[in-house]
Write a protein that binds this ligand. Structure first.
Ligand code: PRP
Ligand code: MN
Ligand code: MG
Length: 187
């Protein structure tokens, strides 16, 4: 599938699975005392950022050995499909109040950091008990705004990547691995 479109595999399906298990163990350890021990309202709230984080969110939630509640926000940056502009719009907001809750934002990738920076300010204003971020991928060389990120899967070079939730013009999200796109696709 998409064979001619993918130039190289950057993170394999196995590497994704192993990294998720590793992060899940850390997160479970970190939240063991604060979450899930005092009823449903103490469950950790995962906020997946649609659409890119969907694959990571669902695999991550299933790898976590502590109870979580799943929420989604759809935010999208205006501008071209391969770079962010920093102008963010909410397409879908949370279904529930997160005041007093332990919240972990789940992202597929931090590129410029503009989406996440805006989102963290927005969520922080809702007064959660704690607010942290887990991202599967991060591009240190592309960052424009520093956002403190508690859990990072892979730091990757500043190349355009697709798969495992990440798209180019809405395609390739369904690939089970993360790869670079062949230049012929842009042409
Ligand atoms: C992508 C990606 C991150 C964001 C990262 O989402 O999933 O959410 O861009 O870029 P940044 O750090 O430069 O802000 P996109 O806006 O393409 O929407 P999508 O998740 O629906 O693909
Ligand atoms: Mn996204
Ligand atoms: Mg996208």
């Amino acid at each position: 599938m998409y064979d001619d479109d993918i130039a190289s595999v950057m993170v394999t399906e196995d590497q994704v699975r192993e990294k998720i298990a590793e992060i899940a163990a850390k997160v479970a350890e970190d939240y063991r005392d604060s979450c899930g021990t005092g009823g449903p309202q103490t469950d950790l709230v995962l906020i997946g950022v649609l659409k890119g984080a969907v694959m990571f969110m669902t695999d991550f939630a299933r790898a976590l050995p502590i109870p979580t509640q799943l929420e989604f926000m759809a935010v999208s940056s205006y501008g071209s499909s391969t770079s962010s502009s920093g102008v963010v719009r909410i397409l879908k907001d949370l279904d529930r109040d997160i005041a007093g809750r332990h919240v972990l934002v789940v992202e597929d990738i931090i590129d410029s950091g503009l989406t996440l920076s805006w989102l963290m300010n927005n969520l922080d204003a809702r007064r959660p008990a704690s607010l942290e971020v887990v991202t599967l991928l991060r591009k240190p060389d592309a960052v424009k705004v520093e956002v403190p990120v508690r859990y990072v899967g892979f730091d990757i070079p500043n190349e355009f990547v697709v798969g495992y939730g990440l798209d180019y013009a809405e395609r390739y999200r369904d690939l089970p691995y993360i790869g670079t796109l062949s230049p012929t696709v842009y042409a």
